[in-house]
Ligand binder design. Structure first.
Ligand SMILES: Cc1cc2nc3c(=O)[nH]c(=O)nc-3n(C[C@H](O)[C@H](O)[C@H](O)COP(=O)(O)OP(=O)(O)OC[C@H]3O[C@@H](n4cnc5c(N)ncnc54)[C@H](O)[C@@H]3O)c2cc1C
Length: 359
């Protein structure tokens, strides 16, 4: 008698449970969908290394982020819902201060804060420097609607739920055990109506979607101890100083488009410490260094949508350097598309890269 395998059926298989996979699966489960998540547990992923900060502005030029007015509320809604459902705190509403380097920057801040699109996000009143240990002769501008989400905690809490519900496979997705037909997909002894790949920078190893132009940008950051400076704001200058409590701060991050590994380098450490020394006058002790790869895209827009040939295969990726701000709205729109056929925003739909797909 031949071996008999009992196939377990799901509505969706989601591959990858970083920020992208977590948000998407959370929304699908809310709709009562049956989801299998396949995620290889790794200590280093973009989501786990990230500062987890969100901020509605590009602070180099004092401009609003892409589509930001539609993104803030879905982010707050997601945080509130998640905290309520899991009875955990993941949100830290930290004030964000942009350090001014000159009178010209102060003037530009004032000018920009009168613009309709920027009014909700910019406090026009300058803040004079309250920190003796920080060099900020021109003071700061305060950004409204900014803060931090504890991404690792959020991912771990959600992973536990998946584990408890027996819908998590902790393994690397093995493409040799995967098939897709017009009506369903099959992976080992599991089948599903649809599969969604949320692999972050590892999309480049996915034989179905690696035609997409994922650039991958390495970022390194430090955790340091700076004694008795008592900085409670997230300070943005040539470097970010994010308070963690207990005299600890995250300092980051670098942007490196050439290196594609997750290894920490002395070069990045020196670079961050040098930039920090131009603002902070007191000694700094390095406690930890981390490196990760951001899933960035050539045109700086996410990569969402259906495979050009395989009708049950989808991707949700390319969240870039601001994944936290953009992913709550994008995951909502994507689920609306999957479940109700609502059109995707053309700016993020992967059909914009159909010409790159090898026939
Ligand atoms: C240094 C640094 C700082 C950052 N700071 C911020 C910030 O402050 N704010 C912000 O919004 N964004 C920040 N980002 C960007 C942010 O991290 C990303 O936008 C976002 O986390 C990407 O999430 P993701 O789920 O797409 O990818 P990932 O977090 O990489 O998750 C992918 C998951 O898929 C799994 N996986 C991949 N391939 C497979 C496979 N074949 N089989 C099984 N599992 C697989 C991985 O193990 C992982 O768990 C930062 C990034 C870096 C590197």
């Amino acid at each position: 008698m031949g071996a008999f395998f009992l196939m377990k059926h799901f509505d969706y298989i989601v591959v990858g449970q970083g920020l992208a996979g977590t948000l998407l699966t959370h929304r699908l489960l809310k709709l009562g969908k049956n989801v299998l998540v396949i995620d290889k547990l790794r200590e280093i992923t973009s989501s786990k290394v990230a500062l987890g900060a969100y901020n509605p502005m590009v602070l180099k030029r004092f401009t609003p982020c892409w589509n930001v007015e539609n993104q803030i509320q879905p982010l707050y809604d997601f945080i509130t819902e998640f905290e309520k459902e899991f009875k955990v705190t993941i949100h830290q509403p930290v004030k964000l201060w942009r350090l001014f380097n000159s009178v010209q920057e102060q003037n530009l801040w004032l000018e920009k804060s009168e613009k309709i699109r920027l009014q909700p996000f910019m406090n026009p009143n300058f803040i004079s420097n309250p920190h003796k240990s920080i060099i900020a002769d021109f003071g700061f501008g305060e950004v409204n609607h900014s803060g931090r989400v504890l991404l690792t905690k959020m991912i771990n809490v959600f992973r536990n739920k998946l584990k408890n519900n027996s819908c998590l496979l902790d393994e690397s997705f093995d493409f040799s055990q995967f098939t897709s037909t017009e009506s369903s997909v099959t992976y080992k002894s599991y089948s599903a109506a649809k599969i969604i790949f949320c692999e972050g920078h590892r999309l480049t190893l996915n034989p179905y979607f690696n035609y997409l132009p994922l650039m991958r940008t390495k970022g390194e950051l430090l955790t340091v101890r700076i004694k008795d400076v008592n900085i409670t704001e997230h300070i943005k200058s040539s470097v970010s100083i994010l308070p963690l409590g207990d005299d600890k701060y995250k300092i980051g991050a670098t942007f490196n488009w050439d290196e594609k590994d997750e290894l920490c380098t002395d070069k990045a450490k020196e670079d961050l410490l040098q930039r920090l020394a131009s603002i902070v006058k007191v000694p700094v002790e390095v406690i930890k260094q981390e490196a990760g790869i951001r899933p960035t895209v050539k045109d700086r827009r996410a990569l969402i949508g259906k495979h050009p040939k395989h009708v049950n295969m989808y991707v949700f990726n390319g969240l870039g350097a601001r994944g936290l701000l953009i992913s709550p709205l994008l995951s909502k729109q994507f689920v609306d598309h999957l479940e109700n056929g609502n059109p995707l925003d053309p700016e993020v739909n992967i059909n914009r890269y159909e010409e790159e797909y090898p026939c």
